[in-house]
Structures are given as structure tokens and as C-alpha cells.
Design a protein around this ligand. Structure first.
Ligand code: NAD
Length: 251
């Protein structure tokens, strides 16, 4: 899909990967970008940054809790009222369990992780498909390399992200049926505020030796992979890994 003039919805747009991807979409000539997040202040900051990236891109914010059906529906209604179409959806909002590590995680937190990281991705995809059936579209879901490798300390997160990968793969035939391409992106360790959330406010000690041995990705690295997935019309039902090279590896 040619991004020029298209309308994109980005969830988790107040921070990190979502903010960087919204900026990249604007730079690539998107006609409209909808910044959706539960963090009302954060999306206002993102709005300034995205508008600064391309003054011709119309940027709107939609305070959205992706775990609430009515809130997700309102996000799509706002998009359609403003732009009359939705071409790209980046289902990216996500959380980690944080301390204490699994199996001591509060069960209420486990339910929230599954709700935000997996269920909302599925429900938002359903809603997007309803609005894309006429003209086709592209949906990208944020998974994680954590969804490919066993990870006891945050097993609920790993399970949710593995679910996002299989859900996106399961949507492959929507391409032939409705010209809607659904794919997942699997970032490795990426420099965003979520790394502090892993430790409940500060980076956990166990992360230090890992980060010392890898090239940590930037949100722009993930945004570039998302834009590649949007542009490549052959990609449907696939997952793309953005891996951390070992330190010392050639770029
Ligand atoms: N940073 C990494 O190392 C990494 C690695 C793999 C996958 N990911 C995934 O990338 C995605 C983006 O994470 P990030 O690293 O940019 O982290 P981040 O914490 O900077 O951004 C996550 C955003 O999601 C929003 N959010 C949380 N709950 C929400 C809800 N109920 N409704 C709407 N928005 C909500 C937050 O307010 C925040 O703005 C997540 O799905 C995360 O799991 C991140």
C-alpha cells in the first residue's frame, strides 16, 4: 500500500514505538493519523511531534482504553467522522506484568495483561475489518520476540504475545477474501519507557547484563519495520522479527 494520503490509526501512540510510528507515517505522507491511547497528556505531546513531522498531515487524538469495547468503537467512529475512511491500523498498545515475577503476579494483573496485549488486538481487528471491507486495508499487530521464546518471569506477557502472532497468522485469508492484510511485528528489546515498567518504575537488575550484550533497538527501528509491512502488498498473515544483534556485530 502506498502510504501517501492514507488514514492510519495508531494505538499506544502516547509513547515509544507508537509515537515513533505515527511520526514515521506522517513523514511518509499519510493524509491523516489518529493517535489513540489511555494517556491523554501523552497523545497531546505526540500530536505536536507528529504535526511537526509533516504539516500537511491532519492529526487527531482519541483518548481510548483499548480494553473497553465502547472506547474502541468510539475511536473508529471518531476516525470515520473526521476522515471518512480508515486504511491502516497499528494495534500497538501494550503493558508488561512488572514485579513480582511470575508465578507471583497478581491474578488481576494477569487478566489485564491478556486483555490489553491480546484480547484488545483481536477485538480492534474485528472492528477495523468492518470498516475496511469496502476498500481493503492493512492491520499491523505488535507482538514481541517474547512471544517466540519461553519467558517465565513474565509468562502471561509471553503467552499474550504468542497469541498475537498466531492470531495475525490466522487472519491470512482475509487478504484473498477482503483485501485486508493482517501481520504482526515482533520487536526485540527496544529503548522505550516500557523498560522501566518491567521493574515497576526502574529497570530491573536482570535486564542490565542482557542490555550490555545486545544492540538495543530504537523505536524508529520498529517504525521502519511497520512501514515496510504496510508497503509490501505480498505480506499477509506473517510475523516479522526485528532482532537485537549481538554487540560487536556489523550494522
Ligand atoms: N520496548 C520493547 O522492548 C518492546 C519489545 C517487544 C514488544 N514491545 C511492545 O511494543 C508495544 C509498544 O510498547 P512501547 O515499548 O512503546 O512501550 P510504552 O510503554 O512506551 O508504550 C505503550 C503505550 O500503550 C499505552 N497503553 C497501555 N494500556 C493502554 C490501554 N488500556 N489503552 C490504550 N493505551 C494503553 C500506554 O499508555 C503507552 O503509551 C507494546 O505492545 C509492547 O508490548 C515492546
Amino acid at each position: 500500500m502506498d502510504i501517501a494520503g492514507k488514514v492510519a490509526v495508531v494505538t499506544g501512540a502516547a509513547s515509544g514505538i507508537g509515537r515513533a510510528t505515527a511520526m514515521a507515517l506522517a513523514k511518509a505522507g499519510a493524509g491523516g493519523v489518529v493517535l489513540a491511547d489511555i494517556d491523554a497528556k501523552g497523545i497531546e505531546t505526540s500530536r505536536d511531534l507528529v504535526a511537526g513531522a509533516n504539516a500537511d498531515c491532519k492529526v487527531i487524538t482519541a483518548v481510548t482504553d483499548v480494553t473497553h469495547l465502547a472506547s474502541l468503537e468510539a475511536m473508529y467512529e471518531t476516525t470515520l467522522a473526521e476522515f471518512g475512511q480508515v486504511d491502516v491500523v497499528f494495534n500497538n498498545a501494550g503493558i508488561v506484568s512488572g514485579p513480582p515475577p511470575f508465578p507471583d503476579t497478581d491474578p488481576a494483573r494477569v487478566k489485564l495483561v491478556i486483555d490489553i496485549d491480546l484480547t484488545s488486538v483481536i477485538v480492534s481487528t474485528q472492528l477495523a475489518v468492518r470498516h475496511m471491507r469496502e476498500r481493503g486495508g492493512v492491520i499491523i499487530n505488535t507482538a514481541s520476540t517474547g512471544g517466540l521464546n519461553p519467558y517465565l518471569a513474565d509468562a502471561p506477557y509471553a503467552a499474550a504475545k504468542a497469541g498475537v502472532i498466531m492470531f495475525s497468522r490466522s487472519c491470512k485469508d482475509l487478504h484473498a477474501a477482503a483485501n485486508i492484510r493482517v501481520n504482526a511485528v515482533c520487536p526485540g528489546v527496544t529503548e522505550t519507557p516500557i523498560l522501566e515498567k518491567l521493574g515497576g518504575g526502574s529497570r530491573p537488575e536482570w535486564l542490565t547484563p542482557i542490555m550490555e550484550n545486545i544492540k538495543v533497538l530504537t523505536p524508529d527501528d520498529i517504525a521502519a519495520a511497520v512501514l515496510d509491512l504496510i508497503r509490501d502488498d505480498s505480506m499477509a498473515g506473517e510475523y516479522v522479527v526485528v532482532a537485537n544483534d549481538p554487540l560487536g556485530a556489523k550494522a
